[in-house]
Design a binder for this molecule. Sequence first.
Ligand code: SF4
Length: 471
Amino acid sequence: MELNPNKFSEHAVIAIEDIQLQTALDRGTSNADGRRRIAFAELDDPYGLRQQGRGAKLRALADLPDLLEQMERSVTASGGHVLWASDAAEARQHVLDICRKKGLTRGVKSKSMATEEIELLPTLIANGIKMVETDLGEYIVQVNESHPSHIVMPVMHMTKEQVRDLFMDKLGMPPTNEAADMTAFARKLLREEFLNADFGMSGGNFMIAETGTVVIVTNEGNGRLSTGMPPVHIAVVGIEKIVPTWEDFATLVQLLPRSGTGQRMTVYVNAFGGPARTNEPDGPEEFYLILLDNGRSDIYATEYTEALACIRCGACLNTCPVYNAVGGHSYGSVYSGPIGAVITPLLKGKENAVPLPFASSLCGACKQACPVDINIPDMLLKLRHDLEGEQDAIWQIGLKAWQFGNQHPLLFEVGGKAASAATRALAGLMGSDHIEALPPPLNGWTDYRDFPTFAPESFREWYRKNRGTDA
Ligand code: SF4
């Protein structure tokens, strides 16, 4: 599927009719959302912890420039190299330059949304560098030559049966229906890659400025192998991932696993900040940290700054009725769901992601689920306002007509009566109490649901009759 946020509607229509996708989404999102609720219910003060986490992220954002410089000093003091990337092209070039300088040709990578965002893999392949994804979900996506559809669970869009068929078809896996067998099969192949890699790559869930440490939280152990085994380690991390202290990290690391996978803590928490020291038997000989901006500083200090507080837990995706119905690929972006609908237009340019802020019922479930209480519905509304001139002509004419009608009470009343009479007459012609099909361009509604008739009596009329005064 082509990654194009402006094709959201076309992709959503296909996704809704895809039975296997719907099965996968039902299972995946309800399991994850259910586990999150249980994990938070056992806390004494879940709201207090969320506010503490929000405070930690907002304080970090307020000091962002200073903290990043502190991070650079700390990593450099530990013998690592820090490179700044203002955009995706510069980040990719840094990786290529390191590979060329060191003669690196075989890499392994742990899960990283930042490297997805900069579309690193196609660049590496085009330059003759092999890179293998080692997170099981990302590995499946790579074998399938597809894209992740969820921030935390990259193959949320696939059923176990589809993964089985893929592995049998592309990798020659012996027939099995057991997920454990499929995992063991992939693990065996990946072991070889770890052993033969001359460099490893990762993202970072957090950066801790006071000690210059990058932390990743994982469940599969591949993160530790990717960052610790090969002689060179390159981490690409978005600049917004920084927090000042370990104390702030201690708050946030209680929130991320609970929100993402419903765990109190992930199986592995890896911390690194430079090459192996002389008394350390394990770890890379060289460590590079690429600090990725790629549009983040354009969001900084705008009315959307709060979007940078996101810790990429995926909870808002799992609870969102729109994501649940259409899946991640429909958004046409690495970042999907409610937070994707906010940050994709901000990172890619609003005109390049016009439908996304409208892909929400504004029910508020995302804000309630968010461990750092980001006001996503509010930002979606602001983006809709910013995008007023970008909507298609029919939509704009409809909104203008609605606005005009609302400003002229008599016209509104007459229009309401006309709509009531017309819709009931049309339903009567169809021999029904509702309208099953409307002509273009209104068929966008009736293609998927019935159109109810307007009430015979408006609220204003009812109020006048029952209260003796105007509403
Ligand atoms: S916006 Fe909140 S809920 Fe959504 S991914 Fe980010 S931190 Fe998680």
